[in-house]
Design a protein around this ligand. Structure first.
Ligand SMILES: Cc1cc2nc3c(=O)[nH]c(=O)nc-3n(C[C@H](O)[C@H](O)[C@H](O)COP(=O)(O)OP(=O)(O)OC[C@H]3O[C@@H](n4cnc5c(N)ncnc54)[C@H](O)[C@@H]3O)c2cc1C
Length: 461
């Protein structure tokens, strides 16, 4: 029998959290023997048939080129890098905000080293005040816009650098991690393989959150649920929000609805961008991105508008809740996602192909014209409509008849394992990090989490 290979560190997942952990270890402890296992393909081999124009609908490829592969879910993202600990994850639950910010800046310096821009957008108090006057609460941060194209290049440069220093195995899906003997079972191109590592870092992102949750349940690791956000992607002419985007790049606004006292968030703003589909574990949802290059800009901007729910008892499965709403949208759209004009939604009409063609806002995603009220719960739908009218006060035109709503967009955050310095309780030298562990929900905090965990590992090598 072939001898099982042994490593000092095994990183599971090649998203920004895993890559930043790898980078920190090779820089600060260069003799460490590290392997990184990634379920998806190498960054240059990630080709989504929709993006490439070979298919109009999601073919549910495995692995999914958008969510999985080296550089993770962030590979084709818009690359908005938030230099703040105010939002983007829950790392401030574990350490001082100042310390979180220090690691976010450290990660930013690394990205700049590999080609990221130095240009930043600063907060704007005038806009914040204008929002406040309408009970809209703008979250402020220093933001960088890397752009989908430049972000991909930066990540490719970082990966090329790492390839010389550590072993990277793609198309390697981890199936199990034994918490007592640290044996890792993985499938490499569908063949069973084993390895052992003294330290194991689980950085599987949102696409791996179901896997991680099942693994925790199997090993009796207790998990705390996070909130779940369900809503739509809004698309409208770019000039409606230009007075914000020109000054701060990304308006992030929170509103508490009068009808239900629920929190609705406007975020993930993509100026002159595109609405895209996202395949999370077989369920199709929507998202958005935009390019930095001026010749790749659309005439529309888009943003997420999501209503937050926190479940307590007896229901305890927020991820399944969001997945089932999104699955319903997939079913009624014949395996795709829906698009509806706001005016049609308010008037109780389905948007059909004819009505969509009449729309003055031309959709950037080929979604199925339909009726969101058939799949979205009333509470979330009411919240979204009320918030659109509230936003219309600071950006008139937001609640126009032809504003397009794509559904369903949801952000579910993995359940969090109990841990101490990110080492999972009861699992010696097995760490959880990034979006998959429910600690982060942004590039900057996931990157910071990678650095923090790497430093913990190095202390004890
Ligand atoms: C379309 C899109 C746009 C976004 N835009 C932004 C943005 O502009 N700004 C921002 O801050 N954030 C953005 N985000 C969120 C951001 O991408 C994530 O917060 C970030 O990627 C999380 O990093 P991560 O390393 O924790 O996880 P991921 O990036 O998800 O990486 C996890 C990796 O683990 C791999 N994996 C999963 N399971 C296994 C397994 N069993 N075995 C081996 N490997 C496995 C996956 O294939 C994946 O490559 C966006 C996300 C999407 C999807």
């Amino acid at each position: 029998m072939e001898k099982i290979k042994e490593y000092d560190v095994c990183i599971i997942g090649g998203g920004i959290a895993g890559l930043m952990a790898a980078y920190t270890i090779v820089e600060q402890a260069p003799k460490t023997k590290v392997i990184l296992l990634e379920k998806g393909r190498d960054i240059n081999d990630r080709h989504c048939p929709i993006v490439g124009g070979q298919s109009k609908t999601c073919l549910k490829c495995r692995p999914c080129a958008i969510m999985e592969g080296l550089a993770g879910a962030g590979a084709f993202s818009d690359g908005k890098y938030i230099i703040s600990s105010e939002y983007g994850g829950w790392l401030p639950d574990f350490m001082d905000r100042e310390e979180v910010l220090k690691y976010i800046r450290e990660a930013d310096d690394i990205l700049v080293r590999f080609g990221a821009t130095k240009e930043v957008y600063y907060p704007d108090d005038e806009l914040k005040l204008m929002c406040l006057r309408h009970d809209l609460h703008m979250q402020q941060a220093i933001v960088k816009h890397l752009g989908t194209d430049a972000n991909l290049k930066t990540m490719a440069n970082l990966i090329t650098y790492l390839k010389d220093k550590i072993e990277i195995s793609t198309l390697s899906e981890v199936i199990d991690v034994d918490i007592t003997n640290h044996q890792v079972l993985y499938h490499l191109s569908n063949q069973e393989r084993y390895l052992k590592a003294a330290n194991i870092l689980i950085a599987v992102g949102r696409s791996g959150s179901r896997y991680f949750q099942n693994w925790c349940n199997k090993n009796h690791i207790s998990l705390a649920n996070n909130q779940v956000d369900v809503g739509v992607r809004v698309e409208l002419p770019y000039n409606i929000w230009e007075h914000f985007s020109k000054r701060i790049y990304e308006p992030k606004i929170v509103y508490r609805t009068k009808a239900y006292h629920d929190q609705v968030r406007m975020f993930c703003f993509n100026e002159r961008g595109y609405v895209v589909t996202e395949n999370t574990d077989g369920v199709l949802t929507v998202n958005g991105h935009s390019f930095k290059a001026s010749d790749k800009r659309s005439e529309n901007s888009n943003f997420a508008l999501l209503s937050t729910s926190n479940f307590t008892s007896p229901f305890n499965e927020p991820i399944e809740y969001a997945r089932s709403i999104a699955s319903l949208a997939n079913q009624i759209s014949g395996g795709s996602v829906l698009v509806q004009r706001l005016g049609d939604l308010i008037n109780g009409k389905r948007t059909n192909e004819k009505r969509l063609k009449e729309s003055s806002v031309r959709p950037t995603l080929n979604a199925v014209a339909g009726d969101l009220s058939l799949c979205m719960p009333k509470r979330q739908l009411d919240n979204i409509i009320e918030t659109l009218y509230a936003l219309d006060k600071v950006a008139p035109g937001t609640a126009n008849y032809d504003t397009l709503l794509y559904g369903v967009e949801c952000k579910y955050y993995s359940a969090r394992p109990k841990c101490h310095h990110f080492m999972i309780d009861g699992c010696d030298k097995i760490y959880a990090l990034g979006d998959g562990a429910g600690f982060t929900r942004s590039l900057s905090q996931a990157a910071a989490n990678g650095i923090i965990v790497a430093k913990e590992v190095i202390k004890d090598l």
